[in-house]
Design a protein around this ligand. Structure first.
Ligand SMILES: [Zn+2]
Length: 334
């Protein structure tokens, strides 16, 4: 099985101390609808940065940025939906509430807390073992944005009042067009095989990003490559720049041909095997096999036992934590 090929770079069991085992995953994220990456209602502009177009072509262009938070938060929420279904989210250490994101009371015991980390108010912390970075659009943001004015709707359900007067514009909203591509590197540090399956399934199952509504924010993720080694892959910025340089000149316009983009990206990342600290890249068939393996583990009849198995793997560490807390208490009581 292809996950075995990654074995030297996977942890056999969860442990507290890092050992430099690194899995690097190349993800292509494509918008499937209008998408908005900003906090709704704040009027904050869509995030873009001026960077060099390519490594060779040094013309500065503005690129759309999909920040780390915009990627990871929805993916964690996706995994946590299943943990909730199977009752694998726990009460916080004080026993007050069930583990929730963005609160000060993580349970410190669930799969999500162990893998993606948490910072508890002074009580200790768990570093995330899923490292992300900002993802960049392949093309210049000037070609990728649209603007729409949202009008108030009258009770008649139209944008005209009874006298036929048009409603006033509420605000102008910038959005990212459908068919926009972001390239992204996700790094897993010292994860076990089951943790890798869990994290990959979150990436593959998440379909909504940014401002969430039933109409906007639809995105599709595709895994283009998986590497193992003792160092991180080149950055996602270096990746988009390498891809930009290698795109045929008549293919540098929106909408990009997805096949040309994917084959260009695959050609660029195939040169990474010679980079310092990178030992292996899964072949195309091994990659497909690994994704089929992930799909199998999260299929309707396997998911519960898979998640329970992963959850149980933390049991020794939960015991250690509980014991050390008891000891700490005993000491302070003396
Ligand atoms: Zn938790």
């Amino acid at each position: 099985m292809s996950i075995e090929k990654l074995q030297p770079f996977l942890a056999p069991t969860y442990e507290n101390f890092p050992k430099g085992r690194t899995i690097g995953v190349v993800v292509l994220r494509t918008t499937q609808s209008e998408t908005i990456f900003r906090t709704e209602g704040t009027g904050e502009a869509m995030c873009s940065e001026y960077v060099q177009a390519g490594v060779i072509d040094v013309t500065p262009i503005p690129r759309l940025v999909m920040t780390k938070r915009k990627q990871v938060a929805p993916e964690r929420r996706k995994g946590r939906e299943f943990l909730r279904v199977h009752e694998l989210l726990y009460k916080d250490p004080k026993g007050n509430s069930i583990c929730a994101l963005n609160t000060n009371a993580p349970c410190e015991k669930c799969i999500d807390c162990f893998l993606y980390g948490f910072a508890a108010g002074g009580e200790g912390a768990q570093k995330s073992r899923v490292w992300t970075e900002d993802a960049f659009s392949v093309l210049s943001s000037t070609d990728l944005m649209g603007e729409r004015t949202i009008n108030a709707i009258f009770e008649t359900g139209t944008m005209r009042d009874e006298d036929g007067k048009a409603s006033t514009a509420l605000n102008t909203s910038e959005y990212i067009k459908p068919g926009v591509h972001f390239l992204d590197i996700v790094t897993f540090k010292d994860v076990t095989a089951d943790e890798l399956r869990y994290a990959l399934s979150n990436i593959l199952l998440t379909t909504r990003y940014g401002a969430v509504s039933s109409r906007v924010g639809r995105m599709e993720n595709q895994i283009l490559g998986i590497f193992g080694g003792i160092a991180e892959l080149p950055s996602s910025l270096e990746l988009v720049q390498g891809v930009y340089d290698n795109l045929p000149a008549d293919h540098r316009e929106h909408p990009l041909n997805p096949e040309v983009l994917v084959s260009t990206a695959q050609a660029v990342i195939s040169t990474w095997r010679t980079r310092r600290g990178i030992s292996i890249q899964l072949s195309q068939s091994e990659l497909e096999e690994l994704i089929a393996d992930v799909d199998h583990h999260i299929s309707a009849d396997q998911q519960a036992s898979f998640l329970r198995r992963l959850d149980t793997s933390y049991e020794p560490m939960r015991k250690v934590k509980a014991d050390s807390k008891k000891k700490g208490k005993a000491k302070s009581e003396v």
